[in-house]
Design a protein around this ligand. Structure first.
Ligand code: TNX
Length: 523
């Protein structure tokens, strides 16, 4: 059977009438809807590199088509994702094929841009045509978040006219590593929350989710060759909170879900300290004099592996082997922090041995900044959380060319209280108001060429569940998204706080229990 294809002239005619009609509609809607036609005023977070406004509108309709110039499977998935998101926000179901009612179209294009970043994208928004161009599917995915934001920001859309202000957006990230960390050990965080969180991270253009999978209070990932880790070590958490762990199938599901959102999972197995749960499960790992017992308190620095035992290295090799096999991303985080129960003379060779094991599994090592006390390779990455404590080592590492992930505790720790009224959270690194969390830059600590990116950790000693996690994460998370993505010269608190105020549209749609900071005039 032959398919119906409209002849060209017929098609042109319909297009022509469509054009007239839309010009009328758009001329009328320009003054009518709540959306500002000035694209530079759109409350996009993180702030794009460059926005040029042309003061008109693209209008979405029941006859909008999304097309891809390159039908590889990644782009087809991205197209489907965009269509689903448009449908979820506007209730409009875009077409995928040209049809004779075509009204406006969105084209997704893979084509080299001036900026070579795999996450770079450009959006050209005209009255009947949006073109999203990117070097890679990853960039197209980031650009789609900008489009989604432009729709979701129209929360009081009573007329149900979905428009996007016209113009051009040229955008790329400042840093290639933009992470958030969830401590799933002190409080176990279930699959549903992790997936929901991945969607939020994607919306604000994060590309990495760091999972702190083991600590004194709980071991959270199934290791088939050492089954007691979870049979015994996963049962507890801080206080009387329920324990839990991810089976390997569940972990793979998280990895795949993250990958579908162009987010890389960075697994962390903390060692040689923060290892009480592992030592309870397997006492032969324990390097302290006392017998390890299940622990539900919040002290740190009391546990250590026996760094002289060959069994410990066999164990570490097995754990890293199983985790590496399930983790397509390039990184293995080995913790290394607060090993106060390990002598420095033992710590240094331990980290070097673990580094070798990580390399044997073709991964790049990440460790907390304590690893700068050892002579780890310059390919290994230090996650800086106490910059003021390690200035000497930091200077040396800068000279050597080591790369850093910035997580200064007094700026980027999501478990610090906002102010004296906050009931959740800690204060050991001070209060972190929404403003203080926003008003810093990675280059305050090291030259740009040494910086891989940033990570904002949520430690969970004081949190009991989803509402608490949300409260400490939002809205500070968005500031870290912007620090990682946007140019320093484009960032300014007074302007940012206006864009932040408009995020209630997204927060409310997603039932995010955000902290309504009094510094912001929430809309
Ligand atoms: C320090 S930051 C820790 C964690 C705690 C956190 C609480 C770091 C590398 N270690 O073990 O959970 O403080 O704020």
């Amino acid at each position: 059977m032959k398919k119906y294809k409209p002849i060209y002239s017929h098609y042109l005619l319909i297009f022509f009438f469509g054009l007239i009609l839309s010009v009328l509609v758009s001329a009328q809607s320009k003054n009518n809807h709540a959306v500002d036609s000035d694209l530079t005023q759109a409350a996009i977070i993180p702030k794009p590199t460059k926005i040029i406004a042309t003061h008109d509108f693209f209008e979405l309709s029941d006859f909008t088509v999304i097309m891809v110039n390159n039908k590889d499977s990644a782009m087809v998935e991205i197209r489907n994702y965009l269509a689903n998101e448009i449908k979820a926000t506007t209730n409009i179901q875009p077409y995928f094929e040209l049809n004779n009612m075509i009204y406006s179209h969105i084209t997704l294009k893979i084509q080299p841009l001036d900026n070579p970043s795999p996450e770079a994208y450009e959006l050209s928004i005209k009255p009947f045509h949006i073109t999203l161009t990117a070097n890679k599917p990853e960039g197209a995915f980031r650009g789609i978040q900008t489009l989604r934001q432009l729709l979701i920001l129209q929360k009081d859309n009573t007329k149900n006219q979905w428009v996007i202000p016209s113009g051009k957006i040229i955008d790329a990230p400042e840093y290639p590593y933009r992470a958030n960390m969830l401590d799933v050990s002190r409080a176990f965080i279930d699959m549903d929350y992790v997936k929901r969180h991945i969607r939020f991270l994607a919306y604000y253009k994060f590309n990495t989710l760091h999972l702190h999978l083991s600590d004194d209070q709980g071991w959270r990932i199934e290791i088939k060759s050492w089954p007691k880790l979870t049979e015994i070590g996963s049962k507890t958490a801080v206080d009387d909170r329920p324990g839990g762990f991810y089976t390997q199938e569940q972990y793979k599901e998280i990895v795949a879900y993250a990958a579908a959102h162009y987010i890389t999972i960075v697994p962390e197995i903390d060692m040689p300290g923060h290892t009480n749960a592992a030592s309870v499960a397997y006492p032969e790992l324990n390097g302290t004099k006392e017998k390890a017992k299940l622990y539900t308190g919040t002290k740190v620095g009391f546990s250590t592996f026996n760094t002289h035992s060959p069994t410990v290295y066999r164990f570490i090799n097995d754990v890293i082997n199983e985790i590496s096999d399930m983790t397509p991303g390039p990184y293995m985080h080995i913790g290394g922090d607060e090993a106060k129960a390990t002598k420095l003379n033992d710590y240094i060779p331990f980290i070097n041995k673990v580094e070798k094991i990580v390399h044997e599994h073709n991964k790049t090592l990440i460790g907390w900044d304590e690893i700068l006390e050892t002579d780890v390779d310059t390919t290994s990455i230090a996650q800086v959380w106490r910059p003021e404590h390690i200035t000497k080592n930091l200077k040396l590492a800068i000279k050597k060319g080591t790369k850093f992930i910035l997580s200064p505790a007094d700026r980027a720790y999501l478990d610090m209280k906002y102010d004296s009224l906050t009931t959740l959270g800690y204060t050991w690194a001070g209060y972190i108001s929404v403003k203080k969390g926003y008003n810093w830059d990675p280059t305050d600590y090291a030259p740009k060429q040494n910086i891989l990116g940033i990570d904002c950790p949520l430690w969970t000693e004081t949190t009991t569940g989803p509402n608490d996690f949300d409260y400490l994460i939002f809205p500070r998370l968005l500031g870290y998204a912007e620090i990682g993505w946007s140019k320093k010269e484009n960032r300014n608190w007074d302007e940012y706080k206006n864009r932040l105020a408009k995020q209630t549209a997204y927060f409310e749609q997603n039932n995010i229990n955000y902290y309504p900071s009094p510094l912001i005039d929430w809309e």
